[in-house]
Design a protein around this ligand. Structure first.
Ligand code: SAM
Ligand code: DTB
Ligand code: SF4
Length: 346
């Protein structure tokens, strides 16, 4: 009997406790809060089984996509996001820099490719890009693409014209997180609204660029906020092709420098509900791996996470060393996901 047949047989013996039974083939955009909550609250083994059913329908369960991040413009940001080391409203001891030279970015990208990244993600501490920066940003996209890597940018809010320029330069993904539920957003950021975030996401989607959007947990939010965030993502007109779930990296000096950490099982539950509600999206076990055990990360992969950041730095905070990740992949029998294999990517 093949694994697939055994799984189908197990799935057909529906667990009577699973009231929110999912159909792995179906991609829905009409999730109710009650349905997502029922999934989140399933007995843990049932939740992970449901997540595996969906995961194996659309992905190779042992492949994990690898991205590397670079902060192309660090610090001095006018926004007041309560989690962020780069906001000028907090004293976090971070040195602000100007936009990096294109050539230096390409040198760093080359190293990331050699280290095994299939996507290069470039982030700038801006509320939104200035038009005068767009030539350099587009040259970075073109240069990284020419190396055969997928490109991702996160530059803040975009105008329609800026979005179209990024598309023309060949940008594969744009990262713009909704971060948390609409209700809790106001507690975390006051210099822009949840609706502003959705507006940029709409521009990116309509320009035909793949959307990377997710959020952060461990910011003192309630379970209902995690569910609200997942519901907002899963009910977008198209699911983001990439869904990063970040565990807050606590930064001294920020509002959330000492917030209550999330329980590891709750973190895994959040990943599983993301997997089930957005079946064809790549779900990224994003920031926070530095503070996670191998066992927690293994549970995240079992729950359907299939992307990570590799490289010793995220934007400004730490990420596991390369040899530690190599050991984890070997221990778990994981393989890198080749570029351009996301089933929902454009
Ligand atoms: N300024 C742009 C923006 O806000 O969209 C791009 C850069 S911003 C640093 C990208 C994302 O990183 C944020 O939306 C947030 O979700 C995530 N992030 C920032 N600081 C974080 C932290 N301390 N822990 C976890 N995630 C964080
Ligand atoms: C995302 O969701 N996580 C990344 C990326 N998108 C841009 C950023 C994580 C930042 C963690 C804190 C830091 O290193 O400054
Ligand atoms: Fe600025 Fe982005 Fe940090 Fe907010 S998350 S302070 S917008 S860099």
């Amino acid at each position: 009997m093949t694994i697939q047949t055994r799984i189908e047989e197990a799935a057909s013996q529906a667990n009577p406790r699973v009231t929110a039974r999912t159909n792995p083939d179906e991609v829905r955009h009409d999730w109710t809060r009650e349905e997502l909550q029922a999934l989140y609250d399933l007995p843990f083994n049932d939740l992970l089984f449901e997540a595996q059913l969906v995961h194996r329908r659309w992905f190779d369960a042992n492949q994990v996509q690898k991205s590397t991040l670079l902060s192309i413009k660090t610090g001095g940001c006018p926004e007041d996001c309560g989690y962020c080391s780069q906001s000028s409203k907090f004293d976090t001891g971070l040195k602000a820099t100007k936009l990096m030279e294109v050539q230096r970015v390409l040198e760093e990208a080359k190293k990331a490719k050699e280290a095994g990244a299939s996507r290069y993600c470039m982030g700038a501490a801006w509320r939104s890009p200035k038009d005068r920066d767009m030539d350099a940003v587009c040259a970075m996209i073109e240069g990284v693409r020419a190396m055969g890597m997928e490109t991702c940018m996160t530059l803040g809010m975009l105008s329609v014209e800026q979005t179209l320029r990024l598309k023309d330069a060949g940008l594969d993904y744009y990262n713009h997180n909704i971060d948390t539920s609409e209700d809790y957003y106001k507690e975390i950021v006051t210099t822009r609204t949840f609706a502003d975030r959705l507006e940029t996401l709409e521009r990116v989607r309509e320009a035909g660029i793949n959307v990377c959007s997710g959020g952060i947990v461990g910011m003192g939010e309630e379970k209902s906020d995690r569910i609200g965030m997942l519901m907002a993502l899963a009910n977008l007109p198209e699911h983001p092709q990439s869904v990063p779930i970040n565990q807050l990296m606590q930064v001294e000096g920020t509002t959330l420098g000492h917030s209550k950490q999330i329980d590891a099982i709750d973190f895994v539950r959040t990943i599983a509900v993301a997997r089930i509600s957005m079946p064809k999206s790549v779900v990224r076990l994003s920031a926070g791996r530095e503070n996670m055990s191998d066992e927690t990360q293994a549970l995240c992969f079992l729950a359907g996470a299939n992307s990570i950041f590799i490289g010793e730095k995220l934007l400004t905070t730490k990420n596991p060393e390369a040899d530690k990740d190599a050991q984890l992949f070997a221990k778990l029998g994981l393989e890198p996901m080749p570029a351009h294999t996301c089933p929902s990517a454009k």
